[in-house]
Design a protein around this ligand. Sequence first.
Ligand SMILES: *Cc1c(COP(=O)(O)O)cnc(C)c1O
Length: 220
Amino acid sequence: MAISDNLRSIVTELPDSVTLVAVSKTKPNEDVLEAYQAGQRIFGENKIQEMTAKYEALPKDIQWHMIGHIQTNKVKYMAPYVSLVHGCDREKVLKEINKEAAKNNRIINCLLQVHIAEEDTKFGFSKEELMELLGQWDKKNYSSINVVGLMGMATNTDQIEQVKKEFSTLSALFEEIKEKQIFREFNVLSMGMSGDYLTAIECGSTMVRIGSSIFGSRNY
Ligand SMILES: *Cc1c(COP(=O)(O)O)cnc(C)c1O
């Protein structure tokens, strides 16, 4: 099916409260443009250099989200334009984003990534690390970072109960942090991909990151 058809059928089933990030990693600019022409404006990439090349080539009203694991030496390339960074998973990343945002006279929106999956291979703060960080947040002086929510990835499994449990854990943590009122606008819960976004929405997701169901499978 065409990209625009895939996109429309997904958009139709998303509640108004859920934002769609179209994950265009590895896909050519023409594919991004096809989704753009069908009305999509938010795209997600997992490599800073690939995202920057697309940013330079494509319409300037696209909002670019960095959804991948961050290499701190590349943060400078996205700092001038990135709209939301999903994968803030360690303090070194926060420090670097804060520094580069300030250089660009920007405040960069960030999500704190939480490790919810069973696999060790997925990145993110544990709940304990996150609570410790938030306990000291006032002293950190990350004045060029705007933390707007949390991001997480569930275990890659067809055991739906497992996935539900992980998303529910993240959702509860999101509510707990929201109540602390540490952050002014804490309203994004980024969870759900092609295989599990309906489950994620059931569990309270406000932002889904969908790639292969829109653009087709990826050839690496
Ligand atoms: C690739 C990727 C996605 C999209 O995955 P699909 O299964 O193709 O929808 C979502 N989130 C992250 C962090 C990714 O790296």
